[in-house]
Design a protein around this ligand. Sequence first.
Ligand code: OGA
Ligand code: MN
Length: 275
Amino acid sequence: MPPIELKKLSENVGVEVLGVDVDRLLNDSELPSACLEALEQNGVLLFRDLHLDDATQATFCKKLGKLVQFPLYPDPNVMEISFDPDNPNAEYFASNDYWHIDGFMDEIPAKASIMSAHVVTDEGGETEFASTYVAYDSLSGAEKERYTDLQVVHSFETVQRLTYSNPTPEQLAEWDRRGSRVHPLVWVHKSGRRSLVFGSAASHIVGMDVDEGRALLKDLEQRATTPDRVLSHTWSVGEMVIWDNTGLVHRARPFDRSKPRRMHRSTLVGEESIK
Ligand code: OGA
Ligand code: MN
């Protein structure tokens, strides 16, 4: 098989993978490692016109790594991302439209997610991606030095409050149960690359005035996600996107939640804690 052919989707992040149909996806033994390498370099891989069913998606994803299990779904390798009332996790997707990293409460956050579009909206509902490697690399020398030792508190409550500003006692108890976690602001990856760790769960900075820390986190997020640094993907049914969850933040753009939008997501178990 020829090596994979890639076409840039934006200046800083994302490539389309050309020439891969379902047959090649499942049978080219060199494809999985080529995809993982391209993912590390480009952050996002787009495949058009695949129309995978869940079983086929899971078969391919297992070639990339171990899959997170979602026991509430018919195929536990695949979680449905939708606001359908019967979706058991719908409540937790409400804050997906703020920039975030998945699995920020896990000691080892997910490595990557693979998401296929089953039902798309006419308006809105794009998924956007911004590189947190680029975010680090474009800091000034003084900032890099100042941020080296900063630690950030992330919490489930911080995310949920963005959507539910008047929580019920039950919601507060549930959020509290899910706790919080401290991660360094600068992630020094095993590869030697450095990225910034921020997003909708980032509450404040340890040892810094809370408002000052929040303002700093907000500023870093804004600079990392200016339009020239963002890949905005408008979905067509049948597409599959893989995103690196370790060097990117992502978000969904708003859409009319009374209309169906269904994405089927598999997630690779993480391999590296944030340190
Ligand atoms: C997710 C997510 C974005 C989208 O599934 O983790 O953030 O566009 N999805 O649905
Ligand atoms: Mn997400």
